[in-house]
Design a binder for this molecule. Sequence first.
Ligand code: BGC
Length: 758
Amino acid sequence: MNTNVILKELTLEEKASLCSGSDSWHTQPVERLDIPAVMVADGPHGLRKVKETADMSNQEAIEAVCFPCACATACSFDRELLSAMGKALGRSCRAENVDILLGPGCNIKRSPLCGRNFEYFSEDPYLASQMAAAHIKGVQSMGVGTSLKHFACNNQETRRMSCSANMDERTFFEIYAAAFEGAVKEAKPYTLMCSYNKLNNVFCSENPFTLTEVLRDKWGYNGLVMSDWGAVNDRPLGVKAGLDLEMPSSHGINDARIVEAVKNGTLDEKYLNKAVRNVLELVSKFENNSSDIVWDKEAQHELARKIARESAVLLKNEDGILPLDKNKKIAFIGDFAKVPRYQGSGSSHINSFRVTSVLDAVKGICDVDYAKGYDAGTDEVNEQLINEAVECAKRNDVAVIFAGLTDLYESEGFDRKHMKMPQNQLSLIESICEVCKNVVVVLHNGSPVELPFSDKVKGILEMYLGGQAVGSAECDLLFGDANPCGKLAETFPVKLSDNPSYLNFPGNRDDVDYKEGIFVGYRYYDYKEIEPRFPFGFGLSYTTFEYSDMTLSSQTVSTDDELTVSVNITNTGKVEGKEVVQLYVSDKQCSCQRPIRELKGFEKVSLKPNETKKVVFKLDKRAFAFYSTQAHDWIVEEGDFTVSLGSSSRDIRTNCDVYVNSSDTIPVHLTVNSTIGDIVSIPQGRKRIESIAGKVSADMSSAQTDQTMGAAAQQMVEAMMWEMPIRAILSFTSKPIMTREELEAMIDELNEEINSAT
Ligand code: BGC
């Protein structure tokens, strides 16, 4: 398809029509010019292709494979695994003639309460971007597009279509945008989906800052941007800002507004042409796709099982209660043992072709006793169910309770109100712990919960929302056929009020002020020295690992070069296992506040007992950089950094220091209101202040005739002066040492000197 030729042949009305959907799941075709429609379908952890017979009131989807949700897969810290899942998803799309699978979502988990956290990866932008990139690469390797969503700062469901995420520039770039930036640059998603909300009071569907300045100009993105479903507020403004495609159809209403805006001159046609070109280029990507591809759902069910297994996080394992001894008497307790909760509600909901519960899966492995314990359809405590479960636990050596959050708690469209588990489950766990000393809790939830029972039970296995094969994966892990190897992609605080967004979530009507700034997740808990229930990056194994011989390729590195970091990891236990080696960087001294440590690399390594492997990381400039609001860019301040390697953010095993040489400078603009301290911190400024200081101290010593000013007082005066604007110097001497005009001229000269030197 020659887009330039077609663009010339299209009428204004046809161009406008190409910029919106024809229905919920297709773009508009232009038959006259052989421009076909593109078909999209929801994902991201399965294919939700709505049946051809569906209408607005019944959006039933075809049967598909439900893989674990992003909350789980992120814990795998495994790029290859995410790509394999993406590839399987791409295969299902090809078989079903779907061109674009909507997702993945890489919004940052600002609060554990966000109803859609189960669809997102992490509280950490680097991890989120890496997981999203791997997913995208997998899907797109099959010739199927993705739509990275929801751009940007859609971190809550409360008033999601009207609220404004208000934050400063550094927070935007360092945390919320960074998750998208990495994925966009590394994996080049065919499309991006803008979010419903506003960013600093401008709708993300008509925001030139996010859609053009950041996405296209700064990051070099050249794919298509579509709206989230119904996110469009002012369509012509959206076209101008860089929103190419409106989804779903506006039934021609907004197409007509585009035409009118071009005709009356309020929308320059060049913006419309840009959008149309992006649509045409997208359409052309699928020209040669055929559907003669095998979609083996059975094989994908097995893959879903493997992914669930590799993503689960073992949070507690006292006395080695796990893996379970098959010769012991075992009770499985809880409604979720029979009907597992394995995905969240809303647009990502998959019509699974099969679901394996842990009770199904355990057949053939060993006999277990079962009691329901609670009803997942309600929070109400059912004494009878609890009593039956207590009797069941008494008859057995070990009680494994399958618990977590129910659909009523977590969904697209609303946020949780608290972090507690349903009361009927908490009462059940409490009662079982009273009669049984060997209790294991297996959790099914899309986001952290408070765990008041964590000291009373011996084992906690976090499955998150583990997809349709979750029951088999649970058996694999519980009985030791697989070794847990997931690590938390988010912090589990002890209680909700520990969370940094607590005072400002979900905001005040439409205003959501991100007052915690860059201190999201572990960045906050570390800085505030708050002990979480389980820290970011934490996860146990049935074996143990030792870190040794950490080396850096050099003690000094320049920002133009890469630093190679290596370490030996040894499996010191008795069974095969996988360790996620995490690399954190700390800036030892910086002119601005920075987190104690930030994740900048991770590798997952598989080791047999006694085996040692070398794990290697490459760090570039970005690993040491922060976003400077003066430079409006990422910069590195020259100096000492610490590179740490650990098994979690709170379990650093080894570290080394490195000196980073950098020619980055922060642009400076001094005024008469700049503090003396700020001026002295610049070498050219220090010289000026020294000469002024000469005059000041001459003045002072003549005024201070009794010589009573001791050394301590002198120090205090100096400290006070440090914080003083330079103009104040004119008022604090007994006689003028310079005029205001002379001071202004000196500052102008200084600015010129500094900026010509950079
Ligand atoms: C959701 C999107 C989804 C779209 C289509 C919206 O409500 O926010 O994530 O892709 O619907 O179902």
